[in-house]
Design a protein around this ligand. Structure first.
Ligand SMILES: *[C@@H]1O[C@H](CO)[C@@H](O)[C@H](O)[C@H]1NC(C)=O
Ligand SMILES: *[C@@H]1O[C@H](CO)[C@@H](O)[C@H](O)[C@H]1NC(C)=O
Ligand SMILES: *[C@@H]1O[C@H](CO)[C@@H](O)[C@H](O)[C@H]1NC(C)=O
Ligand SMILES: *[C@@H]1O[C@H](CO)[C@@H](O)[C@H](O)[C@H]1NC(C)=O
Ligand SMILES: *[C@@H]1O[C@H](CO)[C@@H](O)[C@H](O)[C@H]1NC(C)=O
Ligand SMILES: *[C@@H]1O[C@H](CO)[C@@H](O)[C@H](O)[C@H]1NC(C)=O
Ligand SMILES: CC(=O)N[C@H]1CO[C@H](CO)[C@@H](O)[C@@H]1O
Length: 913
């Protein structure tokens, strides 16, 4: 037995040895070539640890070359042939130009995704005739697509997305003699952009890759028509062509792709109506058509297969009805149809969707009523039906949607009352029912919305009192109840809203104007920081603030009974104004007129109504201190120059630091004597502005020789300065840049929409955006333009920085908010690009539709930062870019308002296709 065992063992060993010997003999021919090819490639790459294991035995060792099969990233078959090269996600640097593909006849998989590869894709890649899987995505390959790819007929998955890859301009690809230069994109070279970037078509030959199951060319640089030959890819399950500049129609041949589960065509220039055949795609789970220029109807059978999960067609010109097949499409998870011309009756078009989390069909022409069925879509977190012609009442059933975070039914024709049970939606953070014909009271139950941040019920017919329970909404940041029929007093409980004031959000908005409210304003920051105009056009409001009569009287009156009402009011009112005045003096002197202890005391002069006149008085002292602190405006203290004069850093003896803007003498001369009063009022209003993204103005001092504005000092200086040097630019990573853009948008929105009359900046530029120590944006010089030039026709004389001034200014002197919107658009591009967009701006506008700039985002982005790696970040940047394009349109009417911009930026986290 033992003998037999030994024999058996030795025979086996022998066989194994023989096999090994045999295979190593065989390996001598092919694997040597493979090893040589890999080593040659390694040599061409910079020294890096990933490929350190790629070594042969040291010299003096066995003459035979070591097998590569144990090298990192290399897999062999049993015969020792390399079948897979996988160095994905290794940070590999270099090019694949020196990788000789002819040496790998057995290669099945080549996976180099998410690395730092540059250079070209070698044309001989077509020799990998057995290749099944090819992924070179997310690199910096800068190449045309080799036409030889068409020979890789075994490939079932091909991903080259997120590269600098363009289509080959090989004439063989354009048998009809069409030249890409006819599309006009070649004009890019005039702007010295990477001119090859935007050129190229998807080669027709792609249609030969019969086994392809996934083709992703998203967010690269292809243009032209979609080759109908792609319809031959009958195994295709995924086709991603989003974020390109494709034009023309979707080929009817797509109707045969019946294995397709995911079709992404969003963010292109596609147009025309959809081929009816698209309805045949019965396997579809995901269909994205958003942000194109499609017309005609949506495919009626889009959910014919009953599997559709994610459907977006937003931002097109689709008309006609909502597809019939959507009604029973229970699988739906996410639906976006907003901004089209869809018509029809929504109570019949939509059904019950147990898994639906997000639906937006806002800004269409839909009519009908909200069906109680919506209450059955229990997973809904976002419902936006704004801007349609929806009538009837808000169904009570909607209050069953306890996952709901955002509900927007604004700008419709909803009537009846607000269902009280809405107060049960404890996840709701934004509720807008604005601009409807809702009547009845505001339900006290809304106080149960503990997560509510924004409530807009304005422009309705709501009556009765504001329920005190709203004060329980401790996260409320924005409350808009204007243009209703609300009466009674403002409940004091609102004064405690929001508890976290000044913590996170910058925007605190309150608007109660155009109602029948009376009585005192509640205490608290919410009310203190609101603009006086938030309370205008009411019955009889009072409070210690501009524009309202003081009302200490009212409370005393309540205690003492109702006699002698008028007498008391008069006496108390004058007492109050004196004390307000005194408080004002103290407050101002505390800030800017410090160090008065050894100086003559401020004398209160009751006849002076405006506390700024005191500042004038005390300004003499301030004046002296500032002259001292800046050594008589010595240049060494100069930290910048703005539209109206130079800015100096003034470090006072007590350690406080201010930025002092010394006005050019001519600016000062412009202030006519008769304007002095309105001027003071303006300054008073401006010094009251508190906004996280606006540089605080402490006051103004005018003297015979100099006059200056005293501002909060911002250590990091201007955005322009930071962007202009490489260190600063790198510190401003994408996240910080996005925050800066949002900050400026919030500041502008606040000044345009929460101040009445609106305050227009008129000189938004990167020099006027300062950075806090946390690199948050603070807009400076707000209101200075109006302050110094109340007559807007005089604008050119002072404000506006070349390159940021809206074009309409050339032919019309009208200064509107839209001028700021334009400058904001330019500024946003500058933040993304790291430099002023210059002529590129007009190119961008001339080349294509405004919403489609995602595709060139990586061309534009500041090259000093590494491109965004995460998809969400890239999407966000594309979105911001498209907003910037909207803002910088030539036609002021087409530009969005800053409120809408600011809200869209905030709402971003709940969107995305
Ligand atoms: C494709 O393969 C065929 C045969 O192997 C060869 O003749 C042809 O040149 C290849 N085409 C390309 C574009 O490489
Ligand atoms: C993209 O390609 C162009 C020229 O083809 C080149 O100049 C540019 O540097 C490339 N960009 C990246 C990010 O590789
Ligand atoms: C809803 O989603 C769940 C989990 O994803 C899934 O199992 C279920 O089939 C879906 N329901 C419908 C009707 O699609
Ligand atoms: C829908 O909600 C139910 C219950 O909240 C949950 O179990 C289910 O997973 C949700 N479906 C999806 C697709 O999220
Ligand atoms: C407010 O208006 C309602 C009618 O809408 C009226 O009944 C009520 O008395 C008014 N309350 C006050 C305080 O004026
Ligand atoms: C969209 O299509 C319409 C006609 O179908 C055309 O008038 C319009 O110019 C197109 N818009 C863009 C941006 O291509
Ligand atoms: C010179 C040398 O190292 N030769 C070796 C080659 O490999 C065989 C088998 O592994 C050894 O027996 C030799 O000594």
């Amino acid at each position: 037995m033992a003998n037999y065992k030994e024999k058996y063992l030795s025979i086996t060993l022998l066989t194994v040895l023989l096999v090994l010997l045999y295979s190593s003999c065989d390996a001598n021919s092919v694997p040597n070539r493979e090893v040589e090819a890999l080593l040659k490639w390694k040599e061409s790459l910079a020294n890096q640890s990933i490929i350190q294991s790629w070594v042969t035995t040291p010299a003096g060792g066995n003459a035979t070359v070591q097998s590569p099969c144990k090298w990192r990233g290399i897999t062999c078959n049993s015969a020792g042939h390399v079948i897979e090269i996988n160095l994905a996600y290794t940070g590999l640097r270099g090019t694949i130009e020196y990788l000789d593909f002819s040496s790998f006849p057995n290669l099945l998989r080549l996976d180099l995704k998410v690395n730092q590869l540059t250079g070209k894709i070698p044309p001989n890649i077509g020799l990998l005739s057995k290749l099944q899987y090819l992924d070179l995505s997310t690199n910096s390959l800068n190449s045309k697509l080799p036409i030889s790819l068409a020979n890789l007929t075994q490939v079932y998955e091909l991903d080259m997305s997120r590269n600098n890859i363009t289509g080959e301009l090989d004439p063989r690809l354009f048998p009809d003699g069409t030249s890409p230069s006819k599309t006009g994109l070649i004009t890019l070279k005039n702007f010295h952009l990477q001119k090859t970037l935007l050129s190229g078509r998807i080669p027709d030959e792609m249609g030969n890759l019969k086994h392809l199951s996934s083709l992703a060319l998203d967010w690269s640089h292809f243009y032209g028509h979609i080759p109908p030959s792609l319809g031959n890819l009958s195994s295709l399950t995924y086709l991603g062509l989003s974020g390109l500049q494709l034009s023309g129609q979707i080929p009817a041949s797509f109707g045969t792709l019946n294995k397709l589960t995911e079709l992404r065509l969003h963010v292109n220039n596609l147009s025309g109506s959809l081929p009816e055949e698209l309805g045949n795609l019965s396997s579809l789970l995901v269909l994205h058509l958003a942000v194109n220029n499609f017309t005609g109807q949506l495919p009626q059978d889009v959910c014919g297969g009953g599997k559709l999960v994610n459907f977006s067609a937003a931002f097109n010109n689709f008309s006609g009805p909502i597809p019939k097949s959507l009604r029973n499409c229970k699988t739906l998870y996410r639906v976006r149809l907003e901004y089209n011309q869809l018509t029809g009756n929504i109570d019949q078009d939509f059904g019950v969707y147990p898994n639906l989390t997000y639906i937006d069909f806002s800004y269409n022409k839909l009519s009908g009523e909200l069906s109680p069925n919506w209450g059955e879509c229990r997973n809904l977190t976002f419902l936006n039906a704004a801007g349609n012609m929806i009538g009837g009442q808000i169904p009570d059933e909607i209050t069953q949607l306890n996952q709901l975070m955002r509900l927007d039914l604004s700008s419709n024709q909803l009537s009846g009352s607000i269902p009280a049970q809405i107060g049960k939606l404890e996840n709701l953070f934004s509720l807008s029912l604005k601009d409807n014909i809702l009547s009845g009271p505001i339900p006290a139950e809304l106080g149960g919305l503990s997560n509510l941040e924004s409530l807009d019920l304005s422009m309705n017919r709501l009556s009765g009192q504001i329920p005190g329970q709203l004060g329980d909404c401790s996260k409320l940041q924005s409350l808009c109840l204007s243009k209703n029929r609300l009466n009674g007093t403002i409940p004091y409980q609102l004064g405690k809203v929001p508890s976290s004031f000044s913590s996170l959000r910058s925007m605190v908005a309150l608007n109660l104007s155009y109602n029948n409210l009376e009585g005192p304003l509640p205490d608290g920051n919410f009310f203190r920081s609101a603009q006086p105009e938030s309370f205008s056009n009411n019955k009889d409001l009072c409070g210690e603030r501009q524009g309202l009569k003081p009302c200490i009287a009212a409370s005393i009156e309540k205690k003492k009974g109702k006699d002698h009402k008028h007498k008391i009011v008069v006496i108390v009112a004058s007492l109050a104004s004196i004390s307000i005045f005194l408080v004002g003096c103290i407050w101002i002197s505390a800030y800017i007129c410090r160090r008065s202890a050894n100086q003559p005391k401020i004398e209160s002069r009751p006849e002076q109504k405006n506390h700024l006149s005191v500042c004038h008085f005390d300004g003499k002292l301030m004046y002296k201190d500032i002259l001292e602190a800046t050594k008589n405006f010595d240049e060494i203290y100069c930290i910048g120059a703005g539209g109206f004069g130079k800015v100096y850093k003034a470090e006072m003896l007590d350690g406080q630091v201010f930025a002092v803007k010394k006005l050019n003498s001519h600016s000062h001369d412009d202030i006519e004597i008769q304007e002095v009063n309105s001027f003071k009022n303006e300054v008073a209003a401006l010094t009251e502005i508190r906004h996280r993204n606006i540089v605080r103005l402490y006051g103004f001092c005018a003297q015979r020789w100099h006059s200056f504005l005293v501002y909060e000092f911002m250590e990091r200086g201007s955005l322009a300065k930071t962007l202009s040097n490489d260190v600063g630019a790198k510190e401003l990573d994408w996240g910080k840049r996005i925050r800066i853009i949002k900050g400026v948008a919030h500041a502008l929105s606040y000044m345009h929409h929460d101040c009445v009359p609106p305050i227009i900046h008129r000189d938004i530029s990167s020099k006027n955006v300062l950075l806090s120590s946390e690199l948050d944006a603070r807009v400076s010089d707000f209101g200075t333009a109006r302050l110094l030039n109340p007559d807007s026709s005089n604008w050119t004389a002072v404000a506006g920085t070349l390159g940021y001034v809206a074009p309409e200014f050339a032919y019309s002197l009208a200064v509107t908010e839209k001028c700021d919107v334009y400058s904001f658009g330019v500024l946003t591009l500058e933040v993304l690009m790291g430099k002023h967009p210059g002529e590129i701006l007009s190119f961008l506008h001339s080349s294509s539709d405004d919403q489609k700039f995602g595709l060139i985002i990586d061309v534009l982005l500041d090259p000093r930062l590494s491109p965004p790696k995460r998809q969400e970040l890239e999407d966000e940047l594309s979105f911001i870019l498209s907003l910037a394009m909207l803002c910088s349109q030539a036609n002021p009417q087409s530009r969005p308002t800053m409120r809408s911009v600011s809200q869209q930026l905030e709402a971003r986290q709940f969107q995305g296709f």
